[in-house]
Each structure stands twice: as structure tokens, then as C-alpha cells.
Design a protein around this ligand. Structure first.
Ligand code: FA5
Length: 347
């Protein structure tokens, strides 16, 4: 019986040496040391032995069983250590390797341009006013001297807001003029920059675009002031002191006279060509259209309770996206809003 016990011990020790997984060790444990295992068979056979044999064989069987139980636990521990070692190998962390620099974003080109404009006008004493993107018909049209059914409403293809009576996505930043004048007494000197919306869509027209509105009202404010301020602004924003501006007569119901504002092309400097090559940007005219302007209509001043005999003022509204296109030679408006990082990261 003693040999049988020693043989079982050797079998299990040998099997444990080659066991490569917890599962194999568990099967060996059950097979040798479990309730129905080989060692229990020996224990069961003790009852048929003499008392002396019972004692010696029983003691030996218990000692070997304990020894083997320890060997099994050691094997489990060894396998676990090996597994951890492998993980450590595959997830090896070399703290001396230089880190991966996180991608740091920056402000969008249009947002940066808005900051630039605020700075330029800020130095000329203009403060910044805000208005809602979703505007009432009252402020977007009526108060700007564009009553219902006036043909001037057709100049702007409007998004009306469903289920909200007489409400539009603002087609222009001009309603901010009215909102500001209603809340403040003259003198007024503000700009307002933000999103505007129209049912347009091509290379130079986007359904959502940005405008910069300007308004200056006070005593003796004249068109000469308008010209001086816009010329200085254009020179600053295009970083070219040779830029000139010109006014062409136009129509906007909230100003009289109404004007289109052009500036000399910053690429060909008003020549229409560069070294005899026709300038594509200004289509050889030497001029670029920047926005609308004019002297605030007395009706608009009166709508907000200003004395139109005492106060005069000018207003202007420029398309920001077009100016950014000119400044950075970008040929399609869509690029601003597609969020393609290959484009955005260039600026
Ligand atoms: C206006 O919106 C007037 N509110 C401007 C104004 C203000 C006139 C104050 C007088 C006094 P207009 O519709 O021309 O004007 O638009 C002004 C500028 O917005 C245009 O010159 C153009 O640069 C830009 N613009 C108009 N529609 C779009 C569009 N769909 N996409 C991109 N830019 C546009």
C-alpha cells in the first residue's frame, strides 16, 4: 500500500510539472485529491486493514495528501504569476518614451476673423452688441421700414419658422440696430456680428453665413464719417494701406440714400490685372463688393423714438465670409462649414 501511495504521489507531482493551465491542475486535483479521487479510495480501503496497518498507512496517506495539496496550490500560484508576467510583457510601459502630443484645436477661421473685426472697430470706439439668431418679423422687417407685402421682402429668401407665428431665422444683422436703439439713447456707436440665414446655396452664397452690422447715430454724423470709417476698416482688415473704397447707389428700405460698398481688390490693388494677367478675383474690374450701407432712414429713427431732425446716422452690413474668402484666397464658401480638418488646420 505504501508503494501505491508513493506511486500516486509521483504521478501527481510529474503531472503538475507539465500542467500548463489552471484547468489541467483543477482536473488533477479532483482526480487525485477530490472526494471521489484516488487518495480517498486509499482511505476507504483502510477499513479492511489491521489496526497497525490502519495507523501507519493512514498517517502516510494523510501526510502525502497534505504534501500534494500544497504542491497543487503552489502550481496554481506559479501559473498565475506566469500569466501576470505575460501581461506585463505585452503591456510593457516604457516611461522614458516621449509622450504622444494631444491634438490641440484652435478657433475657427471665421471666429478669429470676428475677433479681428471687433478689435479694429473697438479701437475706433465701437462697442459690440448682440441680437437673437431667431428673430421676429417685427424686428427683421417691419421696424426696418419693410412692411408686409413690400417688394423689398423678396430681396431676401427667408426661412420662416414653422409653428412660431411671424418668426424667421434672421436674414440680416440689421434688426440688432433697432433692438439697440430701442434700449439706448444716442449717441450710438456699435457693431454686431453673427449668423444670418437665407435660402441661397452656391460657391459664394451659403444658407448660413455671417454678417457684420455697423451703426453710428448722433448729431452731425455724415456719409463722410461712414466713408472714413469703412476705408480705415478695409485697410486694417486686409492689412493694406493702399485700399480705397467707393460707394455705388443702391436700395435698402432702412437707409436713405442706400449704397453698395466696394473696396479695391487687395490682390491686383485695383489694377484689374497682375503683370498683364487678368485678375480672377475681381474679374478685372479692380473692385470687390463688400456689403451694403447708407444713412439711417428717418423712419427707422422715429420707429425707435429718436428725433430724426436732431440725429442722423449711418449703418452698414458686410458679408464676413466673403471677406475671409478674399483675404485668404478661398474659392468656395462651403469649405468653412464642412469641418474638414485638412482645410481648418491651415489657418
Ligand atoms: C443686407 O443684408 C443689409 N442688411 C446690409 C445693410 C446694412 C445695408 C445696413 C444698409 C445698411 P445684402 O443683402 O446685400 O444686405 O447682404 C450684405 C452682404 O451679405 C452681401 O454683400 C454679401 O457679402 C453677404 N451675403 C448675402 N447673402 C449671402 C449668402 N447667402 N452667403 C454669403 N454671404 C452673403
Amino acid at each position: 500500500m505504501k508503494e501505491k501511495i508513493e506511486k500516486l504521489k509521483k504521478q501527481l507531482i510529474d503531472a503538475l510539472k507539465t500542467a500548463k493551465s489552471d484547468e489541467i491542475v483543477r482536473n488533477l486535483e479532483v482526480d487525485f485529491l477530490g472526494r471521489k479521487g484516488k487518495f480517498n479510495d486509499i482511505m476507504k480501503s483502510l477499513k479492511d486493514m489491521s489496526d497497525d496497518m490502519k495507523k501507519t498507512v493512514g498517517r502516510l496517506a494523510n501526510e502525502v495528501k497534505t504534501e500534494l495539496e500544497v504542491a497543487v496550490q503552489k502550481k496554481y500560484a506559479q501559473l498565475e504569476a506566469e500569466e501576470l508576467g505575460q501581461i506585463a510583457d505585452t503591456e510593457w510601459l516604457d516611461v522614458t518614451v516621449p509622450g504622444i502630443r494631444p491634438i490641440v484645436g484652435h478657433r475657427h477661421l471665421i471666429s478669429k476673423f470676428i475677433d479681428d473685426i471687433e478689435l479694429i472697430f473697438g479701437k475706433m470706439g465701437f462697442s459690440v452688441a448682440d441680437g437673437p439668431d431667431i428673430e421676429t418679423e417685427h424686428y427683421c422687417f417691419n421696424q426696418l421700414n419693410i412692411p408686409p407685402d413690400h417688394p423689398a421682402r423678396d430681396m431676401q429668401d427667408t426661412f420662416w419658422v414653422k409653428n412660431l407665428d411671424k418668426t424667421v431665422l434672421r436674414t440680416q444683422t440689421s434688426p440688432v440696430q433697432v433692438r439697440f436703439m430701442e434700449a439706448h439713447e444716442p449717441p450710438v456707436r456699435i457693431i454686431s456680428l453673427g449668423k444670418t440665414f437665407r435660402k441661397d446655396n452656391d460657391a459664394t452664397h451659403s444658407p448660413m453665413f455671417h454678417q457684420c452690422e455697423g451703426l453710428m447715430v448722433g448729431e452731425n454724423v455724415s456719409m463722410a464719417n461712414l466713408k472714413a470709417i469703412l476705408t480705415h476698416f478695409m485697410q486694417q482688415v486686409f492689412e493694406d494701406s493702399s485700399i480705397k473704397t467707393r460707394f455705388r447707389i443702391s436700395f435698402f428700405p432702412f437707409v436713405e440714400p442706400g449704397l453698395e460698398v466696394d473696396c479695391t481688390c487687395p490682390i491686383c490693388h485695383g489694377e484689374g490685372k497682375i503683370e498683364n494677367v487678368p485678375c480672377k478675383l475681381c474679374k478685372q474690374t479692380g473692385w470687390l463688393e463688400i456689403g451694403g450701407a447708407g444713412m439711417v432712414h428717418p423712419k427707422v429713427l422715429e420707429n425707435v423714438g429718436y428725433d430724426s431732425k436732431k440725429y442722423t446716422g449711418f449703418a452698414f452690413g458686410m458679408g464676413l465670409d466673403r471677406m475671409v474668402m478674399i483675404k485668404y484666397r478661398i474659392n468656395h464658401l462651403r469649405l468653412f462649414f464642412e469641418n474638414d480638418l485638412r482645410f481648418i488646420e491651415q489657418f
